[in-house]
Design a protein around this ligand. Structure first.
Ligand SMILES: NC(=O)c1ccc[n+]([C@@H]2O[C@H](COP(=O)([O-])OP(=O)(O)OC[C@H]3O[C@@H](n4cnc5c(N)ncnc54)[C@H](OP(=O)(O)O)[C@@H]3O)[C@@H](O)[C@H]2O)c1
Length: 304
């Protein structure tokens, strides 16, 4: 994109859809974006939590923020399709989509669509939601798509296991630790980067940019539903973690900064561009992932 033709960018008055805004990094980012004058569409999986978050955001700005709540279970493709229809019906414009929701599951679970659940929530949900909203996003002329990845992508040393997309052969964390398999969560976070690469390529010349980030280690509700061992591990890790506000800084900066206008297909850490691990730099894997994701979401019901 030609940077010389840019108007100054800020989130003030922009229409922003954000997933995972009911907790942790997403909530901290939503609070900051509301304070900076963005109109927010928050995606929640629980009506009560969504309403509570919306109230919190409105109170923060003395009622000056326009906050809408959308409901969806991002592990369920039918729910994502309903969500996208609802957003398209209620939002005449979308200036920004923030794919932030994410989760990790110690046990391998298959979703209604026959997908492995970590993959479904962390990768297929951003893919499907983004592609369903893309025409409306493009209509804004200049828009941003931001996806929360992780340093954890480095634990998918073997790249995306295209021959085992539902992680049937290899799922356990122990296998990953012993180097015999990818760490599944890491593989989904690698997918976030490859998705961003291909999305940015497809969006060249449209005015819409796509970038992703690693928020760092952040004390949130992440990995709290995976039993006692996971909770104990997270409690120890919390001692070395940043606050959600600090963890949201790069996300907010990518959303609001004029400095990065026109930059696309990049990965950021601590408000600086960073180089992800080698498997995340493969254009070929990015294209292949896009094709596979199209297939995995085409009929919203057929697994690989
Ligand atoms: N925390 C870290 O150290 C860290 C490091 C690197 C990357 N990240 C990434 O940061 C992002 C945010 O995580 P966080 O640390 O803020 O964790 P968190 O506090 O657990 O927040 C996760 C958010 O995602 C939502 N979510 C999870 N599954 C969902 C589903 N099936 N449908 C709809 N929404 C769903 C949660 O909704 P509920 O409120 O209903 O649970 C919550 O709003 C994730 O993508 C994660 O991979 C985190």
């Amino acid at each position: 994109m030609d940077k010389t033709n840019h108007k100054a960018w800020s989130v003030q008055g922009k229409y922003v859809i954000i997933t995972g805004a009911t907790s942790g990094i997403g909530l901290a980012a939503a609070r900051e974006l509301a304070a900076r004058g963005a109109h927010l569409g928050i995606v929640a999986r629980s009506q009560a939590k969504g309403n509570e978050t919306a109230e919190q955001l409105r109170a923060l700005t003395g009622g000056n923020t326009n906050v809408e709540v959308f409901l969806a279970d991002l592990s369920d493709q039918r729910s994502i399709r309903r969500l996208a229809s609802e957003i398209l019906a209620r939002c005449p414009r979308i200036d920004m989509l923030i794919n932030n929701a994410g989760a990790m599951f110690v046990k391998r679970i298959l979703t209604k669509d026959g997908m492995e659940k970590t993959w479904a929530v962390n990768h297929l949900a951003p893919f499907l939601l983004t592609t369903l909203l893309l025409d409306r996003i493009k209509m804004s002329g200049e828009a941003r798509i931001i996806t929360t990845s992780s340093h954890g992508h480095k634990m998918a040393k073997k790249g995306i296991a295209f021959d085992d997309l539902t992680a049937k052969k290899r799922y356990s964390f122990l296998q990953a630790l012993m180097g015999g398999a990818n760490f599944r969560y890491g593989e989904t976070k690698l997918a976030n980067i490859l998705f961003t690469t291909e999305l940015a390529r497809l969006l060249e010349g449209t005015g819409v940019v796509a970038n992703c980030l690693d928020p760092g280690l952040v004390a949130t509700n992440f990995n709290q539903d995976n039993g006692m061992l996971a909770r104990m591990t997270m409690a120890v890790m919390k001692r070395f973690s940043q606050t959600p506000e600090k963890g949201a800084e790069t996300l907010v900066w990518l959303a609001d900064s004029n400095e990065i206008s026109g930059e696309s297909g990049r990965y950021y850490v601590d408000m600086k561009e960073a180089i992800p691990a080698a498997p995340a730099r493969s254009q070929e894997a990015a294209r292949k992932l896009w094709e596979v994701s199209e297939r995995q979401t085409r009929n919203s019901g057929i697994g690989e």
